[in-house]
Design a binder for this molecule. Sequence first.
Ligand SMILES: [Zn+2]
Length: 1016
Amino acid sequence: MSQQGYVAAPPYSQAQPGMGGYQGGFGSGPAQPLYGHYGGPPQAFTAPPAGMMKSPVSSAAGMPPPPVSSQYNPNVQQNGAHPQRYPAPPAASAAYGQPPQSPYNSMASPGPPAPQQLTNQMSAMNLGSYGPMQSPPPPTSSVAQQPFQTPPPPAMGQPQMPPGPQSPHMSQQMSPQMSPPQSPPASMPMAGPPLAGPLMVGSQMAGPPMGGPPMGGPPMAGQFGGQMAGPQPGMPGAFPGAPASLAGPPQKKLDPDSIPSITQVIEDDQLKKGGQVFSTNIRGQVPPLVTTDFTAQDQGNASPRFMRCTTYSLPCTADLAKQCQVPLASIIKPFASLPKDETPLYVVNHGETGPIRCNRCKAYMCPYMQFIDGGRRYQCGFCNCVSEVPVFYFQHLDHMGRRVDFYERPELSLGSYEFAATLDYCKNNKLPNPPAYIFMIDVSYNNIKSGLVKLICDELKTLLEKLPREEGAESSAIKVGFVTYNKVLHFYNVKSALAQPQMMVVSDTAEMFVPLLDGFLVNYQDSRAVIYNLLDQIPDMFADTNESETVFAPVIQAGVEAFKAAECNGKLFIFHSSMPTAEAPGKLKNRDDKKLVNTEKEKTLFQPQKGVYEQLSKDCVAQGCCVDLFLFPSQYMDMATMADVPSHTGGSVYKYNNFQVETDGEHFLRDLRKDVQKSIGFDAIMRVRTSTGFRATDFFGAIHMNNTTDIEMAAVDCDKAVTVEFKHDDTLSEETGALIQCALLYTTISGQRRLRIHNLSLHCSSQLSELYTRCETDSLINFFAKSAYRAILNQPLKNVREILVNQTAHMLACYRKNCASPSAASQLILPDAMKVFPVYMNSLMKTAPLVGSTELSTDDRAHQRLSVMAMGVEDTQLLLYPRLIPLHTLDVNSEALPAPVRCSEERLTDSGMFLLENGHSMFLWLGQAIPPDLIQSIFNLPSLAHLQGHMVRIHLKCILSGTFSFCSTQLQIVRQRDKPEMLFRQFLVEDKGLHGSASYMDFLCYVHREIRQLLT
Ligand SMILES: [Zn+2]
């Protein structure tokens, strides 16, 4: 069998001008030789091309958008001459402290406090934990260096306060500076100036709105790796956690509602845009939030379900980008699921020639190609190169210069569509075979004993009936295979002709091979009887096993070899429970070491063991072998290494600590079912092209990069997102804007080769205010989460946290300096689109991977780090700001859930019942004084005592079905003041963290102080 992978076989090895050799494959659409290939005269064009499904007349079902051109200006797409739909509005901002514009004025106070007061205030605010952010610090105290080992000051020492309506800490200690909301505007809303004497807010801050000199303050280089702010004069390395000295006048309470609220922002957006159609016809239009319920209508740009951006207005120059430090990135989820009321992607077939592409940059035909010369040529919107229109593709232009068939061709009028790929886009110039799923079950002692093996085998009998299939197909084309293993591997022949399955054992795990070709990967429908038989037998076959050692890398290797032998790609589902300690390649040792936490070497805990697994990832990607891992550990298993292959092959890792069938079985099965049935593409390569002036420079995801441009994924499913960062290499034009084209070459579940194209046009501006107005906080935080989680592989956590805070302050200071109207320095002014950015950022810094605490499990931290790397914007949003739903206000007769409340203990009430969910964990929190009739009405039970986990789960499911994403989470029930409540409280992200991290309010104060530093 020749299995040379991508590298050797044309067109993958065909070098393209200006593109490193490999990427040619993705790019080497046959261009020149095909001119006139079809040779036909123009009448050929009257017939819609193969693959076009409907003519415009019958487009009621949604196919190419009907010519509703009142809104849709083709010029926007075609030549970039974009009418100013967004006359630069005055920079919208929430000015904390300015009553007319803002509800956030309650923090105002008459004037700058005396320095002494401030010192007390700051100490009291426990800002010490941020001390080391002035790095590299000539440590002013050892405290500053090890914030998380510092015992917190007494007042802060109680990790949690009894529930109550106020924020106890802040309200007490900040109150000397606070005045009631009605007080006149003044200049001391947040933390006071750290330097003695009041800060002057004057002309130097109120300079020209734009293009001012770069930010003052210490140099702050880019993210992660750069030199960050040095020690700042006047700012001690730490605020030594002095006991809260509550000096000053009688205190007033700070209203926690006065600081920006995520739930409010979500609600407002839902009110404004919920239930509406979002048409993608305008360049640089900011979409509804991910939390908002909307319908997307593709009118020339990709739906936000596929692509979101950190900002929809790019700064024109690299200088401006550098000045504001707002990352320019796009989060691309190429396979995102669409709701039922949105049109699935059309498949365009350009016939034997394959998709039409720009001669120079190889961008695919799209709405940004401008047809000229009577329709005989077109100019590429990406590189400006003019190419001939192939004869078969010729069409006349109308009086607006638009092709007459504009609405008949998805590739001319839509942001997203697919092309049927030709042989040139296939490995070895051969059409791919349908993919295969191999189920690989660890049958060592623990898994047999726990009942897991039986659970899996039973489930597979029904699950295999539901393998994904093409729409309209009667059955799935995906083949299936089965392997069990402990120290050795057992392959099964399940050929339909057999009466009984046959087992073949491979004990030489060093040289893995597949002992059978015929009968290993089969069509489930054909072999159902034999497979049933096998699944019945497996648990019994190993019932008496004493084998507790396992291998792991050879299992993956076996999967790769099986795909090679069958010349297909696919996915491995591996069910594994222990660290592989048996003598074999990829054997692992326990290297967990809590002593490394908070040291320079902490990063090694996140780094995978090199060698075997690194090579294995490459082999998997080359073969299109995606690895999904279901882990059932009872102790440390070196997650960083074991999850390495999945995290480079578009795979997922599920983890069930101390798994028990009774309590965790349902959760696991739910995950498994969802995972098996997901829509997915295999053997994928993605390329992100941009118009001139900027380009994709960095990529984050469950991906593999062999070079600097091709994003390889053994598979990509509907939940996987790739975050792409862009940098300038020239000046962008306000007139033409900036274009992004994401092209994903992949194999469908039935073995067809396709190209999925997503196009997005962004606005460009030399006004930074535009950038801030069109920021998207949820996307920004996705970018920051991924970049920080990658950075901790190479840098001490402390540095990474510092960079996050510094960059936050810098972004906001730049806004303040260049975009906000002049106001007192003591006011914290945030861009409206970023006003909740600090909450998310603070929450990110409290996540397990970024918190140096010995109490956290190394494997859990590594697991979270890796899962986030592949997340889309929806997932990171929910992870970093869980939904906290006051269930006691549920109207049992209504479909709707109560609106979520802020994630803070202040929102909990003794007589309440709250549901908290973040996409991974779900809690039901029960107050001590819940009235029995509430229990009765919601659970149909007489009292709390009758609540049992299982039952609650079922009842809740009934109540919430259809309104709540219940899929991959396990419900945990916690009662107020019971010990497990701590678990729940760590998700109250506005409060102080369990491991010493800051509350939202503290963080906001700290950031404000940093901003003021930067502005002086
Ligand atoms: Zn081009």
